[in-house]
Ligand binder design. Structure first.
Ligand SMILES: Cc1cc2nc3c(=O)[nH]c(=O)nc-3n(C[C@H](O)[C@H](O)[C@H](O)COP(=O)(O)OP(=O)(O)OC[C@H]3O[C@@H](n4cnc5c(N)ncnc54)[C@H](O)[C@@H]3O)c2cc1C
Length: 392
């Protein structure tokens, strides 16, 4: 297998040769809070990366990936961030649904969907959260019922799921063709039992996607309404009723090999903030100097933690990582506002500047992917063995 350093050199060289011309204009665009930026152009870039074999790096070779280790993938994300390459648009397919199908999907589902994730011709969204089911995901109320004739011939209708309910905060659904949906398929079932993991096409009359306007004024996520929406009977991943296990499997893939790359972006934000503090006089304030220094130290702690736990699969590790980066980034947003001072309170030209945008969007960091409170609950229960919460 190619060594990590050889692979790192390959990625660096490829990016230097390819992030040029029209693609160079995309540098730094996209990512959480900035998904609206140059979406179509970043889609083209993502396809270009895919054609060069630089996506789905950890997928097994037999499924079209490169079967590379975590260390290789970390090297990729580090080089990617150093080159300031634009954020990929296919994160949910590549990092979440693809690995889920490889682990739990049928051979037919793998053959149908994996190639289109690999070449970025179909984009995915994640239909977990509902108005009454966020942190408490087991409260899912969206229902799906099997209809039609299981013995269907050409003349009779094929069996299919009929889906009714509402999802919310569904990131990128307005650009996606498909959604992986957790739905209740056993009537009267409660909590984790009776759920199924369905693959649902979004372009159909029974699906309405309403973008939600965020604090930043942009829309990255949506409400998704299902009214007698349909999907084929065989587009259930795992057994019907076993959706909780599959849904939790997907969440384990959400863990971040991209964390170290993300930290290079954070480091860039911090050094730009240090420059701002020097140039606008904020650095004359000893408290600001102290907070900037603490931010730098926090970044080193995150890096050491991420390197030390890269290959460690122990309860609590990912939760600590999530708490570290989410709180660090939220605090950086608050510090940026203090450093900007009065100019942070106005919108010249009606547009947020980069620091205002960082401040507003980083409020979401401590919520998505599991809020701070939920991370701490998991540590309390699964690592420290403290009494479990009582749930209705
Ligand atoms: C930017 C962004 C993108 C997202 N993208 C998606 C997506 O693509 N697909 C998707 O399905 N979802 C998505 N989400 C939703 C996200 O998963 C939920 O917001 C999250 O799970 C919290 O659920 P909630 O918003 O319903 O808040 P709630 O669960 O109602 O929580 C409200 C508050 O109560 C606290 N709380 C809740 N339960 C407990 C408890 N047991 N103990 C202590 N405190 C508790 C929470 O920490 C929080 O502070 C996204 C969210 C954001 C912010």
């Amino acid at each position: 297998m190619i060594t990590v350093e050889e692979f790192r050199a390959e990625v660096r060289e490829w990016l230097a040769e390819n992030l040029v011309g029209e693609y160079a204009a995309l540098k730094g665009l996209g990512g959480p809070g900035r998904e609206h930026e140059a979406f179509e152009e970043r889609l083209a870039w993502n396809r270009h990366l895919a054609a060069a074999g630089l996506t789905c790096l950890g997928w097994p070779v037999e499924h079209g990936g490169r079967g590379l280790s975590v260390a290789h993938r970390v090297a990729f994300y580090e080089e990617y961030a150093k080159a300031d390459a634009p954020d990929k648009v296919n994160h949910l397919g590549e990092e979440l649904l693809g690995p889920t199908l490889i682990a739990f999907g049928s051979p037919e589902q793998q053959q149908r969907f994996l190639p289109r994730i690999l070449d970025v011709t179909e984009l995915w969204s994640q239909g977990y959260s509902e108005p009454g089911a966020g942190s408490d995901l087991a409260n899912v109320a969206t229902s799906a019922v099997l209809e039609g004739d299981p013995q269907a011939s050409e003349a009779t209708e094929k069996q299919h799921w009929i889906i009714n309910g509402q999802k919310v905060w569904t990131s990128l659904a307005h650009w996606a063709q498909w959604c992986f949906v957790v739905a209740r398929t056993e009537k009267g079932s409660k909590r984790h039992a009776g759920l199924s993991y369905l693959l649902v096409p979004l372009d159909q009359p029974g699906v309405e996607i309403r973008p939600i306007v965020q604090l930043t004024g942009d829309s990255e996520f949506n409400e998704v309404f299902f009214t007698d929406a349909r999907t084929d009977a065989d587009l259930v991943v795992g057994a019907p009723g076993d959706g909780w296990r599959v849904a939790m499997g997907t969440l384990t893939f959400e863990r971040g090999v991209s964390t170290l790359g993300q930290q290079i972006r954070y480091a860039r934000e911090l050094s730009a903030l240090v420059e701002l503090a020097k140039s606008n006089g904020a650095a004359d304030d000893p408290l600001i100097r102290e907070r900037l220094t603490r931010a730098w130290a926090g970044l080193q702690t995150m890096r050491s933690y991420a390197l030390a736990t890269m290959d460690v699969e122990e309860p609590g590790m990912d939760n600590v990582s999530k708490l570290l980066w989410a709180n660090w980034h939220r605090d950086l947003g608050e510090l940026a506002m203090e450093i900007e001072g009065k100019s942070g309170l106005v919108l010249p030209g009606g547009e947020f500047d980069e620091w205002q945008r960082l401040y507003l969007f980083s409020r979401a960091d401590t919520i998505y992917g599991g809020s701070n409170e939920i991370q701490r609950n998991i540590i309390a229960e699964r690592v420290l063995g403290l009494p479990r919460e009582v749930k209705g």
